[in-house]
Write a new protein. Structure first.
Length: 136
């Protein structure tokens, strides 16, 4: 009887390893654990009633082409929304003005709403400074 729970634990561990490996393999760049705050405003969305809404989010990690944030608001956003963002990273003097597309959303076990945002190269933004900061 005790072999079934042990087998279940082994299967769950293998699934976690495979899923974790697939997640790592999909990443284009190294992600740095980073803390900071972002002020975000929806500038395009499938639901036009969301356009213009602003909210704050905590920065969780960053890469040269993206940022993962945690927000308690805006849970009804779906992939494809576009933001303009002012991101402040702890330990850096200036906030960066960026635009980005929402690529994924997830509910975490801690009941937090996480979003993955791809930084867009746009004129009159700080996208070049953002990328250069991650190449150091």
């Amino acid at each position: 009887m005790s072999a079934i729970p042990v087998l279940t634990d082994v299967v769950e561990e293998i699934v976690e390893q495979v899923v974790g490996q697939q997640t790592i393999d999909k990443r284009k760049e190294h992600r740095a654990l980073t803390t900071g705050r972002a002020l975000m405003q929806v500038i395009d969305a499938h639901d036009s009633t969301l356009i213009g809404k602003a909210f704050h989010a905590d920065v969780i990690n960053t890469s040269a082409s993206g940022v993962r944030v945690c927000a308690e608001q805006m849970r009804d956003l779906i992939e494809g929304a576009t933001f303009e963002m002012w991101i402040g990273i702890h330990g850096r003097d200036q906030k960066l003005y960026l635009k980005g597309d929402l690529r994924w959303v997830s509910w975490e076990e801690s009941n937090e709403f996480h979003m993955g945002i791809e930084i867009l190269d746009r004129m009159n933004t700080d996208s070049l400074e953002w990328r250069n900061a991650h190449l150091l």
